[in-house]
Design a protein. Structure first.
Length: 456
């Protein structure tokens, strides 16, 4: 309450004003403890306002403050409602778009929530599983265990682990299984969890179904064709090789130098063809699961000694001077493996080192126990052509061969290392290669096999 503005030092007179204010009342507009404005009332007379009027103006100011605050709240609520509406529309559009995509894909998609209840099933899944979505929505996978056979129990265990301990989930964790349906079709299933990364909370699962009946049948026919052709090739090859050996022994009379040379070429190429047929048969058997391992206690020392003795004799016969050395850790325990297949692995790696190392080269075979693990490691090191860094993953692919002149000049199928890799993995071992890719520094192929444990 100001009785005379001209006597108040805080007042700044306005020279251009038509009417001069002399007294005034100021009341703050309060919302709680916050000041949202000020209500000012002026008069041209001195001492015009009384304390009672000041009280009345304060009451009016409080009502004005409430009105202003309500207006601000209404504006805020309206803006928030518009924002939420836009977000909801965007989410609905995204959900519709996602559902349309899932409905359009050829693979079957089945989604479950955190309670393992089926929440979505697209048209492709209905066709693949031969069941309508309205019969499965809101039901659990356990209700359809019979449809998925033995795999259903494994599914339930995996989903239970994911839901109980989502913190154990690592990005990329999935489960894959082939299902044989009652009508004879084969379905490939990929199961993946949906986990909220920030809170590690389990939200459900997504299952992808694909009918691979045709692919399985084509693969079976291919394996049968390869097996049949390989067997049919072996019969004439055996006869050719046998008669060539008889001719070289002089059974048909003395041979000229050119005749011996031509017969040697026939024998060498027959042997190459025989190796190719053997490799193709191995690949076919591995793919079809017809190779069974006879696990037993196997001495790597004996197999390595036999392999080295054989390759040394071969180097002498072919007049290719080479140095072979064998380094075996003392008191080396046996491995748990198939003896014949382990011999095949060792022979293949040593023969590769021999083929791709020039004359007067060196091949070192090291066998030792892996520290801190129940594994035996075998290293085959040479100082041959080496393998480029960018080629080291490809050497284990079928039919792949390097571009080095020595590699191209050496007979081979490109199937040896892929077969070795599959055989090592069938033994639950590991295989890898290390090389700087420089000629003369060579390569080191290493693989591991589990140590034999006497259960008695």
């Amino acid at each position: 309450l100001i009785d005379d503005l001209e006597r108040d030092e805080r007042w700044v007179p306005q020279k251009d004003a038509l009417q001069q204010h002399r007294s005034a009342v100021a009341a703050p507009l309060l919302v709680g403890e916050d000041v949202v404005g000020v209500l000012l009332v002026f008069n041209r007379k001195v001492n015009f306002f009384s304390p009672e009027q000041l009280t009345l103006i304060n009451v009016i100011a409080s009502q004005v403050a409430v009105a202003i605050n309500n207006a601000n709240l209404y504006k805020l609520i309206r803006e928030q409602a518009e924002r939420l509406g836009n977000m909801l529309r965007s989410e609905q559009e995204e959900a519709t778009r996602s559902q349309s995509i899932l409905e359009a894909v050829a693979d079957g998609v089945l989604v479950t929530d955190a309670k393992n209840q089926i929440s979505f099933m697209n048209v492709s899944a209905e066709k693949i599983l031969n069941i309508k979505s309205e019969k499965v929505i809101t039901k659990t996978l356990k209700d359809f265990s019979g449809l998925f056979g033995k795999a259903a129990n494994i599914w339930h265990e995996i989903i239970h682990e994911w839901s109980e301990n989502p913190s154990l989930y690592e990005e990329g964790d999935t489960y894959a299984e082939q299902l044989a349906l009652d009508d004879g079709r084969i379905v490939l299933v990929h199961l993946a969890p949906v986990v909220l990364k920030t809170k590690k909370s389990f939200l459900g699962t997504v299952s992808i179904f694909r009918d691979i009946t045709h692919e399985v049948e084509v693969d079976r026919l291919k394996s049968e064709f390869v097996t049949t052709v390989s067997h049919e090739l072996r019969t004439p090859m055996t006869s050719i090789r046998g008669y060539v050996d008889i001719l070289l022994m002089g059974a048909a009379g003395a041979l000229t130098e050119n005749q011996i040379h031509f017969l040697d070429i026939i024998r060498d190429n027959t042997e190459r063809l025989n190796i190719l047929v053997t490799d193709l048969l191995d690949v076919s058997r591995i793919e079809s699961g017809r190779i069974t391992l006879s696990h037993q206690s196997v001495s790597l020392k004996k197999l390595a000694n036999d392999a080295v003795a054989s390759i040394v004799q071969r180097a002498q016969d072919e007049e290719k001077p080479m140095t072979f050395s064998l380094e075996i850790e003392p008191d080396l325990p046996p491995v748990y493996a198939d003896a014949d297949r382990t011999r095949q692995i060792i022979n293949n790696l040593i023969e590769n080192a021999y083929h791709y190392t020039p004359e007067n080269g060196e091949v070192i075979i090291r066998i030792h126990r892996v520290k801190g693990a129940d594994e035996i490691q075998v290293d085959v090191q040479d100082n041959g052509v080496g393998i480029g860094i960018d080629e080291q993953e490809q050497v284990f692919e079928r039919f792949y061969r390097g571009e080095d002149a020595l590699v191209l000049a050496t007979p081979g199928t490109g199937l040896g290392l892929p077969i070795v890799k599959q055989l090592v993995e069938m033994h639950e071992g590991r295989i890898w290669v290390e090389s700087l890719g420089k000629t003369g520094e060579g390569s080191t192929f290493s693989f591991t096999l589990p140590v034999y444990k006497d259960l008695e």
